[in-house]
Design a protein around this ligand. Structure first.
Ligand code: C2E
Ligand code: MG
Length: 332
């Protein structure tokens, strides 16, 4: 038998008795909580139990059990952020962004629960609900506002969401149930790493084959590597907002932004910038050939009712949909 060296790494949680009321069970539970904290901080280390770790863990457990019921209790809502073509301000579509209307915590941002949904697997029903709702809303707007027929609706798919074996079926079911054309649906991938030879890659190829368009989200940051451009049938590249934020102030960021836009345009993909907050960023991005964009300068994410008012205004304004708030003559 071949000898092999096995390297073990150890994580440790330490709990000390703080008073006579501590039972063996309490001590073991506290050590376990400290062990979880050690693992969460990167493994291979030790943590001593602190009472606030218990509070954080029970808060997380509360959030987890609330999230499990959020869908059936109809507490999830979608807000939609418009994206426009930078050269003329024509509205291209909307990105669906989930929010959780929590009875005690108020409107909870996805930054505070998507990671939890990913870790617990709750992302699967959540993603199914988002797909169904976004396709239904998209179809409703297409019927109400014929000029909106060509608009695209984008839905974010997380790393764990991509691992869901039912993703292809769920997308097809959502499109069919709402009579929403798959070609109008964009899936935004925040994680393009290690897809090669993986089931997720086969799923994305099948989705693309069905007409769904794929976007690489947060490109340049996050973890979508250049190989994702080679391995995946990418239709849209979304430049990460961190580059947009620093474009004016930092020469390196401006160069990277230009390189990403050049790369996307050369590969025949639609280039889009995220997080445009100011007129200068809008014109700088347009100047380097970025085709589309979204951000607070154009519009914040809107509840569905506000999208309808926006589409009604756009429809009244002309054949092509334009954001009424966008005055291109004010942008150099
Ligand atoms: P993302 O896909 O990169 O979405 C863009 C985020 O930037 C949104 O935050 C949006 O509100 C925000 N944003 C848009 N314009 C601006 C701007 O000009 N300035 C700044 N500072 N921020 C801007 P939000 O809605 O909090 O979503 C955060 C992230 O949560 C999303 O990032 C996405 O990764 C994830 N997420 C949201 N909805 C879903 C969902 O339904 N499923 C999954 N898997 N993830 C989602
Ligand atoms: Mg996105």
């Amino acid at each position: 038998m071949q000898e092999r060296e096995i390297i073990l790494r150890l994580s440790m949680g330490i709990a000390a008795q703080s008073g006579h009321e501590d039972t063996a069970v309490t001590l073991m539970r506290n050590a376990d909580i400290a062990l979880n904290a050690a693992k969460a901080k990167g493994k291979g280390r030790y943590e001593r139990y602190q009472p606030q770790q218990h509070a954080a863990l029970s808060d997380r457990m509360d959030l987890e059990s609330d999230l499990a019921r959020a869908i059936e209790r109809r507490q999830l809502v979608l807000h939609y952020q418009p994206s426009v073509r930078l050269k003329d301000g024509v509205l291209l579509g909307f990105e669906a962004l989930v929010r959780w209307n929590h009875p005690r915590r108020g409107l909870v941002s996805p930054a505070d629960f998507i990671a939890l949904a990913d870790e617990t697997g709750l992302i699967v029903p959540l993603q199914r609900w988002v797909l169904g709702q976004a396709c239904a809303d998209g179809r409703h707007w297409q019927i109400q506002f014929p000029a909106a027929a060509a608009m695209q609706i984008s839905v974010n798919v997380s790393r764990r969401g991509l691992e869901d074996a039912d993703l292809v079926t769920d997308v097809a079911t959502a499109c069919t149930a709402a009579a929403f054309a798959p070609a109008r649906l964009v899936l935004e991938l925040t994680h393009g790493a290690s897809l090669k030879g993986n089931d997720a890659l086969a799923r994305l190829l099948a989705l693309h084959e069905s007409g769904v368009r794929l976007a690489l989200d947060d490109f340049g940051a996050g973890s979508a590597p250049l190989t994702a451009l080679r391995d995946l049938p990418v239709d849209i590249v979304k430049l990460d907002h961190s580059f947009v934020a620093r474009m004016g102030a930092n020469a390196t960021d401006a160069t990277v932004a230009r390189a990403v836009i050049d790369l996307g345009n050369t590969l025949g993909m639609m280039t889009m910038a995220d997080g445009i907050e100011r007129a200068e960023q809008f014109s700088a991005l347009r100047g380097i050939g970025c085709v589309a964009g979204q951000g607070y300068f154009l519009s914040r994410p809107l509840p569905a009712a506000a999208v309808e008012r926006l589409l009604a205004d756009c429809d009244a304004a002309g054949v092509e949909l334009r954001l009424p708030s966008l005055r291109l003559d004010k942008v150099s």
